[in-house]
Design a protein around this ligand. Sequence first.
Ligand code: MN
Length: 209
Amino acid sequence: MNFKLPELNYAYDALEPYIDAKTMEIHHSKHHAGYTNNLNNVIKDTDFENQSIESILKSPNLTSNIIDEHSDFWHTLRNNAGGYYNHCLFWETLSPNPEKGSNEFIKIIESTFGSCDNMKEEFGKAAATRFGSGWAWLCVKNGELSICSTPNQDNPLMTGQCGGTPILGLDVWEHAYYLNYQNRRPEYIKAFWNLVDWKSVEAKYQASL
Ligand code: MN
C-alpha cells in the first residue's frame, strides 16, 4: 500500500451539528477509503508507484484527456489521486474545537479580500456556484491568497487549474452533505465556517511559502 487512509483527529460525531456522524462515517470509511484503494490499485507497477501525491497531481498527462488505449488509466488516476488528496486536506482543516489564526494571518486575509467576511463570501460563492460535484478552494499562488473552484475531484495543483497550492478546501459533492442538508448546499457552506481550524490553514499557508 503506497497511500494510507488517514485517521481522523476527531470522532465521526464530533463535528455535529454542522456535519452529522453518519455523513462523516460514510464519507471517510467508504468514499475516502475507496479513492485511496483505487489510487493504490491504479498506480501499482507504474512509474507513479514511488511518487508523492503532489507529483502525481502535477503530472501534465493527468488532465490532457488523451483519448487512446490509456485514457481509462488516466481518468482513474485523475479521479482517485484527486479524491485521495482533497479529502486528506479537508479533514485536516476541520476541527470540533477550531482555533483562530494569528493576527498576522488575519491581516493578510483582510488586505487580500478587504475583510474576513468578504473572503468567506467569495469562497462561499465559489462553492455555491460550482455546478454538480466539485470543490471550492483557498489557495496560495505566487505568495498571494486566492479563491477558485474545481469540478469532480480535480484540484488547483492539476494542470489547467489555477496552479496555486490549496490550503483550505470545501467538498461540495452531495455525498458531503445530502443526508443532513438534502439540496440545501448554501446551509452546509454556512455551517462549514464553524468547523474551520484556522491554525491548520495558517500552517499550510506558511508551508506553501
Ligand atoms: Mn467527498
